[in-house]
Design a protein around this ligand. Sequence first.
Ligand SMILES: [Zn+2]
Length: 132
Amino acid sequence: MFIGHFAIAYVLIRLFPHVPPLVVLIGVGFPDILWPILILFGVEQAVINPNSPLQKYITFTSYPFSHSLGLTSIIACIPGVVLALTITPLAGILFVAASASHWFLDTVVHLNDLPITGLRRDKKVGFGLEVP
Ligand SMILES: [Zn+2]
């Protein structure tokens, strides 16, 4: 799905040519940039599972901050506000929207492990469609 995230970025770049492309390119990857940092610090968890059919040996056990629609979007507002104040308000909005688009595309390929809000006792989604 990695390439799909950048497809969204290129659509946004085309629709909003006055916003620096790097804003949306980093925005669509923001959850995947956040995730390894949070794993490294033990905030989020993943386990190696050689029997996982789709996710290439990694089972995502807890990643509410980097990969939920709710909390990740709230966290994306931090750089979004900085971008809005330093570049343009549209740049900030696009960063947050690009980050949120990551979750929607991830629901297509992830197993039923993507949190919606990121809060406790959250419902998780994921269609588990395999991308060749
Ligand atoms: Zn991701």
